[in-house]
Ligand binder design. Structure first.
Ligand code: DUC
Ligand code: ZN
Ligand code: ZN
Ligand code: ZN
Length: 466
């Protein structure tokens, strides 16, 4: 089976080229100017469009049990929505398991969730919910036998770990070739503020934001940077950055050549804390919370100047009706998280590329190449070079859309981006040569997605990020 994508503008993280792309059996076999189609070739005309590596969303929470509720997108509905939005690979963050469970326990649970369900390729980030000798010992086999080369620690929530355990985890993960990722928020500061707000009867959605201001996040980012430095410069990845002060700490560490990287998400670039003052403010409760517009502006500077490395979604869906029923006006009872896996690519393309903030190449770096390089998928994913999987998204910059939950493919009952105008739309998504979405419609198959055994973290590959 051969396919030829003709007449488009090929974009990778290095530049853009008037080239055609020849695909054979799901793998890219040639990229060149004016490739001739032979009789067995299916020809896909990409005139006027950008042809880019399929999106890699390295932060989703499908089917996650957050203790008070389970998110409503599973590995099928979540990956179906991702495919329709131009994403061909996701890496899901495992949720917490039973107290005391080991790393392989959660891995088995997640294999069961995803196998036979995912419509695009997938991997998992491990979760460290406690540290003991057994967990430290298991880490090597998770990386080398299971293909799990990144893990997440939480500094808040039920299974937050203390600084000594953070140091032990960072040191061991560095040694076994894994990247440590972290949800950085200062738990004690949040608990104190939250208790004061609740005691004063202040439980509206805006008080969620006031209970965990940006200092709580920035402090934890600064602490993690220093702990990683202490752990013999362990590689560190900060998830879902929402503020400029944390970014400044990261810039300082990077200037000193510390191996630290950072992700942000469309919600922190495009939605501000005014959302909490709306009548439907509960739709926007997530952690870290949405911030003041000045923080959004600072993050956009980081998107443009290269100091932010990836854009992922943190897709974690609780329907509005469930939020209302559970919260009954009290933010502390509302499950946290926003949907968005289907809109990441179009939002960043429209508000980043077509509004002139970033180049098409930088878009590819943020949405695909950098994630592949950091998370052990390069060179199989994240590029359009011969030998790579034929994971491709074709973006038509002439198409405009208004986002409405009515045409999205997740299981939520709302979109936080309802009514957003987007210029440019993904018109075709291909995962290993299979067309899994066309013009916003799902054309793939439940269970088509393959588990990706990721390579160990590689500092040389990470150093070449765009
Ligand atoms: N924050 C959320 O809002 N939801 C899921 C997990 C997280 O860190
Ligand atoms: Zn988080
Ligand atoms: Zn998350
Ligand atoms: Zn549809």
């Amino acid at each position: 089976m051969k396919q030829l994508i003709k007449n488009g503008i090929l974009v990778d993280s290095d530049g853009q080229y008037s080239q055609d792309l020849l695909i054979e059996n799901g793998v890219i076999c040639q990229r060149d100017t004016a490739i001739e189609a032979d009789s067995q070739c299916e020809v896909i005309d990409a005139s006027g469009c950008y042809v880019m590596p399929g999106g890699i969303d390295v932060h989703t929470h499908f089917n996650i049990d957050v203790g008070i509720a389970r998110s409503c997108d599973d590995f099928f509905s979540g990956t179906r929505a991702a495919a329709c939005g131009g994403t061909t690979t996701i890496i899901d963050h495992m949720g917490f398991g039973p107290a005391g469970c080991n790393l392989h326990h959660q891995l088995n649970v997640y294999h069961q969730y995803a196998a036979g369900n995912a419509a695009i390729d997938y991997g998992f980030h491990g979760v460290i919910q406690h540290i003991d000798d057994g967990i430290l010992e298991e880490m090597a086999s998770m990386v080398h036998d299971e293909g799990i080369s990144s893990f997440k620690l939480y500094l808040t929530y039920l299974y937050k770990i203390n600084d000594a355990d953070v140091l032990r985890a960072l040191g061991q993960l560095r040694q076994v070739g894994a990247l440590t990722t972290v949800h950085p928020e200062n738990d004690a500061a949040i608990a104190l503020r939250r208790a004061a707000l609740v005691a004063a009867g202040k439980t509206a959605p805006i008080h969620h934001a006031l209970s965990r201001p940006l200092e709580c996040e920035a402090e934890a980012i600064g602490r993690m940077i220093n702990l990683a430095h202490l752990a013999d410069n362990a590689p560190l990845y900060i998830v879902h950055l929402s503020n400029g002060l944390g970014l400044d700490y990261l810039r300082l560490a990077r200037q000193q050549r510390q191996p630290v990287w950072v992700e942000t998400c469309p919600q922190y670039l495009l939605l501000n804390e005014q959302c909490y003052l709306r009548e439907d403010g509960a739709k926007y409760i997530l952690s870290p919370p949405l911030r003041d517009q000045r923080e959004l502006d600072r993050l956009w500077i980081g998107i443009a100047d290269g100091s932010i490395d990836t854009v992922a979604t943190d897709h974690c869906t609780f329907p509005y009706h469930q939020r209302q029923a559970m919260a009954t006006g009290d933010f502390t009872r509302c499950p946290n998280g926003l949907p968005g896996v289907e809109n990441r690519m179009m939002l960043l393309f429209s508000h980043g590329v077509l509004s002139g903030r970033i180049s098409p190449s930088r878009f590819v770096a943020l949405t695909s190449s950098n994630p592949a390089r950091l998370f052990g998928l390069w060179p199989r994913k994240g590029n359009l070079n011969p030998g790579a999987d034929a994971d491709v998204v074709i973006f038509d910059p002439r198409q405009s859309t208004v986002i409405s939950h009515a045409w999205l493919h997740d299981n939520a009952d709302y979109s936080p981006y309802e009514g957003f105008q987007c210029q440019g739309a993904p018109v075709l998504t291909m995962c290993r040569g299979e067309i899994v979405a066309r013009n916003g419609e799902f054309t793939g198959r439940q269970g088509y997605g393959q588990f990706l055994r990721r390579r160990p973290f590689n500092a040389q590959i990470a150093a070449k990020m765009g």
